[in-house]
Ligand binder design. Sequence first.
Ligand code: DGL
Length: 263
Amino acid sequence: MKAIGVFDSGVGGLTVARELMQQLPYEDIVYFGDTARVPYGTKSRETVFRFSIENILFLLKHDVKLICIACNTASSVGLPAIKRHFKVPIVGVIGPGAKEAVYATRNKRIGVLGTRSTIKSRAYDIEIKQLDRKAKVIATACPLFVPFVEEDWLNGKVVLEVARSYLKPLKDGRVDTAILGCTHYPLLKPVIRKVLGKKVILIDSARQVAMEVKKILAQDSQLNKKRVSRHRFYVSDNPEGFSKLAKRFLGSAVQNVKKVNSV
Ligand code: DGL
């Protein structure tokens, strides 16, 4: 029985893997974290596109039945073009997150937070406008959020001040819904909520992504009836660092992380 392939620029995609494990307990996951080349969020479209193709080729060597691009940056640089290269179903995180936000908003004012590359791509704006022409999107890059999470700075004065500054356009724009458009941001939910207020709905696309994966596998009669193997984790560098951070994102420890030399 084949596994589900998941890749991210590093450890953050485990927030998506976690949701997949919860919603699809009989499925095995092959996870690849490109820790040698992280972060993707500061890199050009061409570079992230090339990395994504390489990561998919790596996962295909593990005979996966579907690939989930858990990284917002990689999903935003041209999922349709990436899909055209492969026969295997590929699910990104932008469409599912946009869908949930459009469904949730009441005043049609949606905020989007992401890395510089994700925001520059305007992938969320495009997807949201396709679903609802009248929706107003206020998008802003939050480049310090990823290092904050990786350094375990999830609250405190500095984080709060930075969040206040990044989120000002969303507050001024009176959004009632905000998409956490980066794998790391769900861990900053408490501080984001503090700044935006309790009434603003925070969308973390992982749940919706897992639902989409389940739907595709069910349609293709590819859902496992029982667990056959176990989850496998690969990285392109620093497996110890990955294991250490993994618990924070996955909720449980990850053992046997293998380093691969080339993807
Ligand atoms: N995984 C990336 C994302 O979701 C964040 C980390 C990075 O910049 O590579 O956009």
